[in-house]
Design a protein around this ligand. Structure first.
Ligand SMILES: [Fe+2]
Ligand SMILES: [Fe+2]
Length: 393
């Protein structure tokens, strides 16, 4: 790409400042659907260029959805009603997690991320030598960064769940949604408490994650909010939580993730139920296509979300280029597993709701995301099954 060549010839300091903008433009122009570009571009400018999530002050976003009342209280969606019943029975209290366990993020005996999560050899090849202690600290930084992004995602999920509960037309969906709002509140509580009392470190929101949250919170269409939060962000989060659950040897975090995963399995299940018929039967072909392109654009943003540039800025900003860092992270064994598992959960759900047609498949192929096309979708997997699968693996 021309812009990459130009960057390669610039002095390091100028390159360091320009690189994020070049990446932003490349990401935002990845789609050739004008409607998707129009709906995502303002969020892209706010997140990637103006970095509104990184200013250390509260962010306000206008929301444009309509609140849907129904004074007849119909029993209209038996499967959603069943999820509502299950959600009430499975409520839990964040205070009951084993908070008494002492956590040392740099403890080599019970690492939060495994030693081999990053390939320190590759860093040495780029001229960066870390001591054993520094390696453990960098690993702990990556863990805090990841958990911080989970926490910011949960804040987005809390508000999106509240909006969707207002906007959706299914009455049983509204009852179910009320339990999801409580679930997401609890997730914010436990992730924040863990970061605050166990890791003692909170990273700012990643720009790409900010763009997705900004776009779906402000979009007036309930199904786009649903698609963004319930299918994309929650679907990927479910994969990420599962991977961390398998990898971590820190017992307190393992227990926390086990409880959160069971809630998230219900959330994604609800998203698939609500969107499946809507996309297949209610939308015109051009409206469906717009959702399909929107989902692919978000998938790219999510794939890039796991490149941890916030850790780069803290540790290596003056030593490596962003491109070198991106390559290092992309090739790190731990991150590679994360990416695979995240999309393993997401892709079957996109297929189930009708957003993975032959038209878009080549794009997923090119992004290396099609190998899980045949996997089980959220409606086929309960939270207990998910945990049993993860324990068996
Ligand atoms: Fe959540
Ligand atoms: Fe959720």
């Amino acid at each position: 790409m021309l812009s990459d060549k130009v960057l390669d010839n610039l002095p390091h300091e100028i390159r360091r400042r320009l690189e994020p903008y070049v990446e932003a433009v490349q990401l935002m122009t990845a789609t050739n659907n004008a409607k998707v570009l129009r709906s995502m571009a303002p969020s892209g400018v706010r997140g990637l260029i103006l970095q509104r999530g990184k200013q250390g002050v509260p962010t306000t976003m206008p929301s444009h959805h309509r609140v849907y009342f129904d004074w007849t209280y119909p029993n209209d969606q038996p499967e959603m009603r069943e999820l509502y019943t299950r959600a009430k029975e499975q409520q839990w209290n964040g205070d009951d997690l084993p908070w008494h366990i002492d956590v040392d993020p740099e403890n080599p005996e019970k690492p939060i991320l495994p030693d081999k999560f990053m390939d320190f050899e590759a860093l040495r090849a780029a001229g960066i030598r870390l001591t054993k202690l520094e390696e453990r600290r960098l690993n702990a930084s990556q863990a805090s960064w990841m958990l911080s992004q989970f926490l910011h995602g949960e804040q987005g999920a809390l508000f999106a769940a509240a909006q969707v509960t207002e906007a959706v037309q299914f009455f049983d969906g509204k009852l179910y949604g009320s339990t999801q709002v409580v679930d997401e509140g609890r997730h914010v509580e436990v992730f924040h408490r863990y970061l605050d009392t166990k890791m003692n470190k909170l990273y700012q929101i990643n720009d790409n994650l900010f763009v997705i949250i900004d776009a779906l919170i402000q979009d007036s269409r309930w199904d786009v909010k649903f698609l963004g939060m319930q299918i994309m962000v929650e679907g990927l989060a479910l994969g990420a939580f599962g991977t961390l659950y398998q990898m971590t040897q820190e017992p307190m975090l393992k227990e926390l993730l086990k409880m959160v995963i069971q809630d998230e399995a219900r959330h994604v299940h609800y998203g698939v139920l609500a969107l499946r018929d809507h996309f297949r039967n209610e939308l015109s072909e051009s409206e469906r296509r717009e959702r399909e392109d929107w989902a692919f654009e978000v998938a790219l943003l999510m794939r890039n979300r796991f490149l941890a540039f916030e850790v780069y800025e803290e540790w290596f900003e003056h030593k490596l280029t962003r491109k070198q860092w991106a390559e290092f992270v992309t090739n790190s064994p731990g991150f590679a597993i994360f990416r695979q598992v995240m999309f393993k959960r997401l892709v079957p759900n996109l297929r189930d709701i009708g957003l993975l047609t032959d038209r878009i498949k080549p794009h997923y192929h090119r992004a290396g995301l099609m190998q899980y096309f045949g996997g089980a979708s959220a409606t086929q997997l309960s939270g207990d099954q998910l945990i049993a699968d993860l324990d068996a693996a």
